[in-house]
Every structure is written in structure tokens, then in C-alpha cells.
Design a protein around this ligand. Structure first.
Ligand code: ADP
Ligand code: ZN
Length: 759
């Protein structure tokens, strides 16, 4: 915690500044700063600045200057403003709306994060608080270069282009340097060379919008009867105040088409719209699809944007110039001017949960945002979370169901492949049955997906001579071999080392063996079995990053691959028209471990993956290789009896009072040494015991070593708090943590309300 209360450290400089302005009255304002603080700090400002809650201001904080937000809390007006440090500057950006301020406070209260850290998510793009400067641009002035190369003449051809002649304006166009280079298909250095020869005049032009405005009526889709009634239900809720609607529709049923109509209705009513999508940076096809329907793409929001782009989008969302954002979870904290609809696509997806800093679930917080802003929320999924399913059952959420695929495309025919007794060689993971299916599919000119949620070559490397296993020194985890890179890597902390020739333990040469499959190893098997097939591996650690991935995804969509080997990346939202076979290499992966949501997650994952097949009307099949063909999850998927699966799972949750029938919170105590973490955890549990004992409906379990006992060199102990639905878990946690010892040394205590991860 930063203990830096501005009100306690007035500097003489500020006092002088104030006595200068003694003629005018000053007022005291609370300013919430993007630092781990529980409350707003008091500052003064001239009364005639007329500061209002939400205004973005710059204030001194110790030796630093930071941007913060005028906070609506009552401040102590009895404080003499002359004793406070002064607000230095009010930024010209629109104030953070009242809804957003309430939302920040709500999220902080719910997650037990400090309001300052939540506000930090809103203020993430400080450069955007000032207006966008005019862009510097160049206009061709008619001269000719000393030497005309091919590249140069390309540039000049483009630069000579005139405005639409019908407008009578025949001036050459103004271009930005990179814009001109891109349009001419040359590098910027070519343009720079021509600028040097003074062939261009410099001008400044108004900044352009990031995206054009989408039009509600641009090109509506002809919807089926079921889709029409679903979309009408959604549209009718626009302007009807807060509501939550769950679109529960099988993969390929047209959920996207349906919620596009809700977007259209919201746009027509003058609202901004937020569409949350997991892995948005990979789904260019989503942006294109949106553009087809609305004539302009939505503004994207994710961590892959350039700083300049983030800045412009933040600003234009605030000004209302951007009407629709398609973003990752952090888009929830954009300063929308008039948000009137939020859609959470693939609402069950784990990517909505942030575990670091502020531990929040963007799906749940989107619902809160809608309640505060009094507008509708739409959740969409083929495999709704148990939480949303129960909320819909209980009538807290509306439900619209789309039980069949669009235009009669049938769901894939699913069956299990019993791996027991198959006796495959240790380096082989594909059953004869799956291999045959891949061969048949290729024969028909169609695509197969082999799904394995394991990056790298092999999840474990061991020495056959001495039994040594390669483990991360900083984490409780095996090192994963990545053969392309020739490394052993930890998937938790990123540690990597070259794979040695000899065992570091016994020195034996050539005794190291890979154990188990990763996608790279599977690719070897596929290449051996299908030497003529075009194979693509899709995994988040491909060389070339997101761009390469996008290109690969496009290539698959266009049919430029026969066999795709992929991790969970491929499970999400993509439409592969030629894909008719999905083979799940290890369907049991994910069923083990102490996660109460393991069955649900596996069910969702398997349904999503197999749902990639046959989306365009071709007959398709899914094969699930499993050692537990009788497991309820496998049976539910194969029989297509989703309802039975949900019924069972909901009943189990009810009996265990697990979410949503009860609530959980994890308290993770971590430190650089195990005794430190252990001692603190014990003391915390002990100090809090009387509070736990007197709190109705609350149980505290632990402390115990966390399943991931060490991450990044930090030793972890865990307490798990269970509460009934009626108990106030936040108040309890606050009291419990306050009763504990002060954190000392390297000890850190993190609270995760509604944890999704149990490692
Ligand atoms: P979901 O989101 O439920 O998986 P999508 O909205 O992506 O389904 O639809 C699956 C495929 O079917 C997409 O290619 C989509 O364009 C197509 N589709 C769905 N509904 C229609 C419709 N009414 N008219 C034309 N194509 C449709
Ligand atoms: Zn590690």
C-alpha cells in the first residue's frame, strides 16, 4: 500500500501558489488516484474551476504528477483549502460518467480491490486525456525527383490522385507518410526520400475517426423464423431498462446474427454498444462479418493495439464518435459516453476472468454495468455457464433458445473412441479409428481438426537412466519441451533453457525421453501417417505471433490446409467451412484436478471444439479419444443430452452449495520463502477464527499449500472461504483480513472472489 496522503504533505510551493489566488475562493475535492488506495485524497482547486465528479485532473503526489478523477464522495469541507496541495490541471477530455464512477466503486467493493486500482483500469491511456493533435500530412506539389525508380513512381502515381472530380475539387490528396507508403505498396523510406527532395508540402489535417459509423439498416440478414423471434425479443428490450437475456443456442445456430439485430436496434435508438469477445485479436473474421452487416467495422479493443490506436479509440469512445466496440474484457472500463447495450459472446469463457491485480469476471461485471446504467445485457453461448443457466432457470435472466443449426446444417455425429487396451506405442497418440477418419475426410477434400490442448512437444521430459524429471526451479511445474525452439519451458513463469544432451542429474548421454503428447509431437505423427497432407499447427506460441496466427486462420478458412492440429485457440468462434471432422486427442484432459468446474469446463471445451465441424451444411463427425468413455461428461456429449448434463451438474452444485448456490473466495498468501508464507497464513487464519465462527453461513478452509505450491519463485498458501448465498462474503472478508497480521517482508495477500482457477 502506498501511504502517500497528499493532505498530509502540503509543500510550501503549493501554499504559495494558493496565497496568490487568495482573492478567489477554493474548494476541497476528493481525487481518486490510480494507485492502491482505499479512498480519494483531498486536494484544493479554485472554486471557479467548478470541478465536478468525474473530471479528469492532474495532481501532485509526493514528487510525482499523476492523473486522477474527481470523486463524488463527501469531502471534509472544514479542511482549510490553503492547507491542501492544489489540483494543477483539469484535462479537456469529457468527464468520466456518473455510471462509470458508480461502477468503479461497485467493482472495488465486490472484488475487494482498492478503488484506486479499479480506476487505474479506466485511466489506462493517459495520452488520451488531451485532444488528438492534428495530423501532419503531405501534399504532392507537382515537382519531379532527381531519379525515377519504380517505387518512386508508384508513390507519385498515388500522390497525384485527385479528389472526386464531380466535387470540382482537383487538389491532390493529403496523405500521412505511412498512409501514402502503404497505399503505394512501398516502404516509408521511399516516401521520405521524395520528401527530402521537397516534392511535398507539409500541412496539418483534422484527425480522422478510427472507424466509420455503422448503419443499423445497412444490410440486414434474412433470419429464420426462430432467429427472428429471438432477435425481436432482444430488440424489444432495448430502451426497456436493465435486463439480462441469455441466448442459449447450439454452435452455428446464428447467435451472432441474432444479437446483431439487437445491436441494430440499439444503434437506431442512439446508444453505443459494447460487444465482448474472448480472443478478439484473433477474430478478424468477426470484424469483417460485422462490417458486412453494418457497413463499417466496430472499433477493436485488446492488448495487441498500438499505443496510438488505443489512445484514439479511448478518446473517440468518450466523445461518442465510436458507436460500437468489439473488445476483450478490459473494454468494460472504456469511458463510453452513452452505452446502451452490452453483449457478452461465449459468456462461459474463462478468458473473461482476470486473476491478477483486480480479480474480476468481465461477464458478471458487464451485468453489473448494465444494472447501474439501466440498460440490457445479452449473454450468448452454446454451452452456458452453470451460473447463467441457473439464473435463466430461476427467471432472473430471460432465455432465448436456438436449438438447431441455421438452414438445417446438422450438428456433428459424435462418438467416443475407447483408448483402453489399445496398446499404442509410446510415441503414438492417434487411434486407428481416428486415423482412418482423417484419411477418409482428406479423400473427400475436406478438413480435419485434431485438437490437443497442450502446447509444445512433450509435457514432461525424463531421464531413463536415473529417473530425473525436468522441473521448473521457480514453479511447481514440469518443463515442457519445445522441439522447434530446442528448449525446455515453464508454461507458468516463462522460464526457458536449452534442452541438454546429458541428464543434469546423472550425466547419462542420450537417456532423456519425452513423455506424453504436445501439438508439435502430434504433428510428427500426422506427418508420418499423412505425408502428402497439408498440415497446419495452431498454437499460441507459434513463431510470428498474432499476425501469423491470423494468416493461418484465414488460410484454413479458405481451405488451404487438410489437417489442422490445434490447441484451444481453434475452439473459439471461427468458421471453417470445409471442416467436417474433429478428433479430440485427449478428451480426458481437464477432468482431473480439484477444480469444482472441471466437468463443466471439459463439457464446454469439447462441445465448442466439436462444434467447429460441419457448420456449413456438410455431414460431419467428432471423435473423442478417452480412457473414461463412461464418464457422465463423455456420455452427455456423445448422446447430445445436454439437458441431462446440466441437470446433473446443477444438482451436484446444489448439494455442495457450490456456485451459484453458494459462494467461494480464495485468499492466496504468497512469500519468497515457504515458512514466511506458512506463518502468515496460519496467523491470519487464527486471528480471523473468532470472526469466522460468529459469521452465519461462512466456513473458512485451510490454510493449505496451494496446488501450485510455487509460482515464479513465490511460495503459496491458500485459504478458501465458503459462504451461503445469504451471507455477506465481502463484509466478512474485509473483517477477516483486517483482523490478520500486517503483511511484512515479502508476504502478499491476494483475494479472489468467485475464483475460476483453483491452482
Ligand atoms: P453461432 O454464433 O450460433 O455459432 P453464427 O451466427 O456464427 O452462429 O452462424 C453460423 C453460420 O451460419 C455463419 O456463417 C452465419 O453467417 C450463418 N448464418 C446464420 N444465420 C443465418 C441466416 N439467417 N442467413 C444466412 N446465414 C446465416
Ligand atoms: Zn516456472
Amino acid at each position: 500500500m502506498e501511504k502517500d496522503s497528499a493532505s498530509k504533505n502540503p509543500t510550501s510551493g503549493d501554499l504559495l501558489a494558493h496565497s496568490d489566488a487568495a482573492a478567489g475562493a477554493h474548494t476541497v475535492h476528493g481525487v481518486l488516484l490510480p494507485i492502491p488506495t482505499d479512498r480519494a485524497y483531498s486536494y484544493s482547486a479554485p472554486a471557479d474551476w467548478n470541478l465536478q465528479p468525474g473530471d479528469v485532473v492532474r495532481v501532485p503526489l509526493g514528487p510525482r504528477k499523476v492523473a486522477g478523477v474527481v470523486w463524488p464522495e463527501d469531502v471534509d469541507n472544514a479542511v482549510d483549502p490553503a492547507k491542501l496541495r492544489a489540483i494543477e490541471h483539469k484535462f479537456p477530455c469529457p468527464p468520466v460518467g456518473r455510471d462509470m464512477l458508480d461502477f468503479v466503486a461497485w467493482v472495488a467493493n465486490y472484488t475487494l480491490a482498492s478503488p484506486g486500482m479499479v480506476m487505474q483500469m479506466v485511466l489506462r491511456v493517459p495520452a488520451a486525456f488531451d485532444p488528438e493533435p492534428p495530423m501532419s500530412a503531405i501534399i504532392y506539389n507537382g515537382g519531379s525527383p532527381d531519379r525515377l525508380t519504380g517505387a518512386r513512381s508508384k508513390v507519385l502515381d498515388v500522390a497525384r490522385e485527385t479528389f472526386d472530380a464531380s466535387s470540382g475539387n482537383n487538389q491532390p490528396l493529403a496523405w500521412t507518410r505511412p498512409g501514402l507508403a502503404k497505399a503505394a505498396g512501398v516502404s516509408t523510406s521511399v516516401v521520405d526520400g521524395l520528401i527530402k527532395q521537397e516534392l511535398f508540402d507539409h500541412v496539418s489535417i483534422e484527425p480522422r475517426p478510427v472507424v466509420a459509423k455503422p448503419e443499423a439498416g445497412f444490410r440486414p440478414t434474412d433470419l429464420s423464423a426462430a432467429q427472428t423471434s429471438a432477435s425481436e425479443a432482444l430488440a424489444s428490450r432495448i430502451d426497456g431498462g436493465f435486463s439480462v437475456t441469455l441466448i442459449d443456442g447450439v454452435t452455428g445456430s446464428g447467435k451472432t446474427e441474432v444479437y446483431f439485430e439487437a445491436v441494430a436496434a440499439a444503434l437506431e435508438a442512439g446508444h453505443q454498444v459494447l460487444i465482448l469477445i474472448p480472443e478478439i485479436s484473433l477474430t478478424t473474421s468477426f470484424l469483417q462479418r460485422f462490417e458486412k452487416r453494418f457497413g463499417a467495422p466496430p472499433a477493436p479493443w485488446h492488448s495487441d493495439l498500438t499505443p496510438k490506436m488505443r489512445e484514439r479509440i479511448w478518446r473517440q469512445v468518450g466523445s461518442g464518435d465510436i458507436r460500437v466496440v468489439a473488445g476483450a474484457r478490459s473494454a468494460l472500463f472504456l469511458p463510453f459516453k452513452e452505452l446502451g447495450l452490452t453483449i457478452v459472446d461465449e459468456e462461459h469463457d474463462l478468458a473473461y476472468k482476470q486473476d491478477e491485480r483486480v480479480a474480476y469476471n468481465a461477464r458478471d461485471m458487464a451485468v453489473v454495468r448494465g444494472r447501474i446504467g439501466d440498460f440490457p445485457i445479452v449473454l450468448a453461448s452454446a454451452t452456458p455457464s452453470i451460473e447463467s443457466h441457473v439464473n435463466a432457470d430461476k427467471g432472473r435472466y430471460h432465455r432465448v433458445a436456438l436449438p438447431t443449426r441455421h438452414s438445417g446444417a446438422v450438428l456433428p455425429d459424435l462418438s467416443t473412441v475407447d483408448m483402453r487396451g489399445l496398446k499404442l506405442p509410446a510415441n503414438r497418440f492417434l487411434s486407428p479409428q481416428l486415423k482412418q477418419a482423417v484419411a477418409d475426410t482428406a479423400e473427400r477434400g475436406e478438413q480435419s481438426l485434431l485438437f490437443l490442448n497442450r502446447r509444445g512437444y512433450a509435457p514432461l521430459t525424463l531421464c531413463r537412466a536415473c529417473g530425473h524429471r525436468f522441473e521448473c526451479s521457480q514453479c511447481t511445474a514440469w518443463l515442457v519441451e519445445h522441439r522447434f525452439r530446442g528448449t525446455l519451458e515453464c508454461h507458468h513463469c516463462g522460464h526457458h533453457e536449452p534442452k541438454p544432451e546429458a541428464c543434469p542429474n546423472c550425466g547419462a548421454l542420450d537417456y532423456l525421453v519425452p513423455c506424453g503428447p504436445g501439438v508439435e509431437r502430434l504433428a510428427e505423427e500426422v506427418e508420418d501417417a499423412f505425408p502428402d497432407a497439408r498440415t497446419i499447427i495452431l498454437s499460441s506460441d507459434l513463431m510470428g505471433g498474432t499476425n501469423r496466427l491470423r494468416l493461418e486462420l484465414d488460410a484454413i478458412e479458405k481451405g488451404e490446409a487438410d489437417i489442422i492440429i490445434g490447441t484451444q485457440l481453434v475452439a473459439k468462434g471461427h468458421n471453417f467451412p470445409l471442416m467436417t471432422l474433429v478428433g479430440v486427442v485427449d478428451a480426458d484432459l481437464g477432468l482431473s484436478g480439484g477444480d469444482p468446474r472441471a466437468a463443466e469446463r471439459t463439457f464446454q471445451m469439447l462441445s465448442q471444439v466439436t462444434g467447429r465441424a460441419g457448420r456449413f451444411g456438410r455431414k460431419s463427425q467428432g471423435l473423442l479419444q478417452t480412457y473414461q468413455p463412461d464418464h457422465p461428461v463423455m456420455k452427455a456429449i456423445v448422446s447430445g443430452d445436454r439437458d441431462l448434463f446440466y441437470e446433473r451438474e446443477i444438482e451436484m452444485r446444489r448439494r455442495g452449495q457450490l456456485p451459484p448456490f453458494g459462494r467461494l473466495a480464495a485468499i492466496i498468501i504468497s512469500a519468497n520463502s515457504k515458512p514466511e508464507a506458512q506463518n502468515h497464513a496460519r496467523q491470519l487464519a487464527q486471528a480471523g477464527r473468532p470472526i469466522a465462527e460468529s459469521s452465519e453461513g461462512i466456513t473458512v478452509l485451510g490454510p493449505a499449500e496451494a496446488p501450485m505450491a510455487m509460482v515464479r519463485g513465490r511460495h503459496r498458501q491458500r485459504l478458501l472461504v465458503h459462504a451461503t448465498r445469504q451471507a455477506d462474503i465481502q463484509s466478512f472478508l474485509r473483517a477477516f483480513l483486517a483482523a490478520g497480521p500486517k503483511t511484512r517482508g515479502s508476504v502478499r495477500v491476494n483475494t479472489d472472489v468467485d475464483p475460476q482457477s483453483f491452482i
